[in-house]
Design a protein around this ligand. Structure first.
Ligand SMILES: [Mg+2]
Ligand SMILES: [Zn+2]
Length: 181
């Protein structure tokens, strides 16, 4: 079977506005144009994954149950808009745990690759921190997009917001279309 292309998404600051340790449905606000952006990738056949550091669990700001309740609601909200999230992977540890899954370590991507046959050379990652872009590099995800006004190194593209990212990719769809050999 042909390998599939994937879009790996950070959560806080990408899917939703990062208010800091968001753990409740009422505090979760979707980023402007995130649904439209994911539709663009969906139309091109990408599988969608969420890859998120959730050290708020390890720091005891909220529980794994809180996270899972919010995640179920998020997935349901996406599916009501015809957006299927294949899998949400998360690191529940705090930085001092020195785990193998906290970004930019590659554990969460490794887990996804055990289950799915992904062509990393045709896959994308979107994140708002240096650790996201470093994860793309460490995992050999070829294409990366940094979002936000912070200085981030080594990303292939950088936009101020999901909104501007969407407008650019909508106007330049060939960027995310498969190369015809
Ligand atoms: Mg983030
Ligand atoms: Zn971890």
């Amino acid at each position: 079977m042909k390998k599939q292309r994937a879009l790996f998404l950070d959560r806080d600051g990408i899917i939703n506005i990062d208010h800091g340790y968001v753990s409740k449905i009422e505090d979760f606000s979707f980023s402007e144009k995130i649904f439209e952006l994911l539709h663009l990738f969906k139309e091109e056949g990408y599988l969608l994954f969420v890859v998120t550091n959730q050290s708020g669990i390890g720091r005891n700001y909220y529980t794994q149950d809180d996270f899972e309740t919010l995640t179920k609601w998020m997935i349901k909200t996406f599916s009501e808009k015809n957006i299927i999230i294949e899998k949400v992977t998360y690191c529940p540890h705090s930085p001092k745990d020195n785990c193998l899954c906290r970004k930019p370590a590659t554990g969460m991507i490794d887990t996804i690759l055990e289950e799915y046959d992904i062509d990393l050379s045709a896959s994308w990652l979107i994140g708002d921190k240096q650790s996201d872009i470093d994860l793309a590099q460490n995992s050999h995800i070829k294409h990366s997009i940094a979002i936000g006004i912070n200085n981030i190194k080594n990303s292939e593209y950088h936009f101020n917001s999901i909104d501007t990212c969407y407008n650019y990719l909508k106007a330049h769809k060939e960027i995310i279309q498969p190369k015809v050999n």
